[in-house]
Design a binder for this molecule. Structure first.
Ligand code: SF4
Length: 319
């Protein structure tokens, strides 16, 4: 249930597609959101990158919707969702607007509609701000995030303890407090952020996630993001038992070698809810968007990926 006592979240929508057939099972209503923390070298949607305008103009890109307004629009197409279809939310990066997406998915579930989150797995928070995910995992296969447990000394206060002043002084806490002890506790440094994604995955029926590159170095250089973040997010998907499809864009000279595709498939297979791996051919249909935005397309000189290459590499990704 959406909390009716709080203001509904506003989602900033780049575009809507009412009869999508490629982003999840069946016929899908696709919602593309504004905002992405990555800058992938081959991005075909650079017009979704920004959410908020900069400078004096602090308004937002995209069309603002509440979840309720969007669901009203979506439900007009509900009859098309009959054979396993539903709603896919994509972008941009939908994790940038996770609370809005959660409200949307809650309402869609109340109306019996299947929900799919199409994400890069790169949430906007720093990785060090989030707690480790307690799941069984084959670290050797994946080079898992290997986060250290966050530990804090919690200060225990009392108004009546006789040794208060001495303890306060020795710990440099200040004499106005009544500190009597410390105890070590494990905390989530940013539990709000963590719980935000827990709530979203609770109402997500399918996650489609890209594994764009298979080493942290390549991932950083070619997207500006972090593979460790993706693995962290996929650990959350595992914890919530959400079915998973993995995607990989095949870019000639970058991600089209048998070694790279095999490494990607090995990472993907380490997640127990994996149902499917899809290879997507790199193409350059986005060039007019870059020209209109006046920004360079880093892959302009790279040839498009052929169907034969995809067919050959498909032999490596069986589950
Ligand atoms: S994740 Fe990469 S490809 Fe997707 S919108 Fe962001 S920059 Fe573009």
């Amino acid at each position: 249930m959406i909390n009716k006592n709080t203001e509904p979240k506003i989602g900033y929508v780049h575009s809507l597609q009412s009869m999508g057939a490629v982003d999840g099972p069946g016929i899908r209503f696709c919602v593309f959101l504004q905002g992405c923390p990555l800058r992938c070298m081959y991005c075909h949607n650079p017009d979704t990158w920004l959410v908020k305008k900069t400078g004096d103009d602090q308004s937002y890109f995209g069309t603002p919707y509440t979840a309720e307004e969007l669901v009203k629009k979506i439900l007009r197409y509900k009859t098309y969702f009959a054979n396993g279809g539903g709603v896919t939310i994509s972008g941009g990066e939908p994790l940038m607007q996770a609370e809005f997406v959660t409200e949307l998915f809650i309402l869609l579930h109340e109306n019996g509609v299947h929900t799919c989150l199409d994400t890069s797995g790169n949430f906007p928070e720093n990785l060090s701000e989030l707690a480790p995910i307690p799941v069984e995992h084959d670290d050797a296969a994946t080079g898992s995030a290997n986060l250290e447990t966050d530990v804090l000394k919690e200060v225990v206060f009392s108004d009546t303890h006789p040794d208060t002043k001495a303890i306060d002084a020795s710990k440099g806490i200040g004499t106005s407090n009544t500190c009597v002890d410390t105890k070590v506790i494990e905390i989530r440094k940013n539990s709000t952020a963590h719980e935000k994604y827990d709530r979203l995955l609770d109402v997500t029926d399918l996650v489609i996630c890209d594994i764009k590159f298979t080493t942290e170095k390549d991932y950083r250089e070619c997207t500006g993001g972090s593979l460790k973040k993706v693995q962290y997010f996929l650990d959350m998907v595992t914890k919530h038992s959400v079915p998973l499809w993995i995607r990989h864009v095949v870019v000639p000279g970058y991600t089209d070698s048998e070694e790279e595709v095999s490494a990607m498939a090995e990472i993907a297979r380490s997640y127990p809810t994996l149902e499917k791996i899809e290879l997507l051919p790199f193409h350059k249909l986005c060039i007019p968007k870059y020209e209109a935005l006046g920004i360079p397309f880093r892959c302009a000189d790279i040839p498009e990926c052929s169907r034969e290459t995809i067919e050959k590499l498909n032999l490596l990704i069986s589950i």
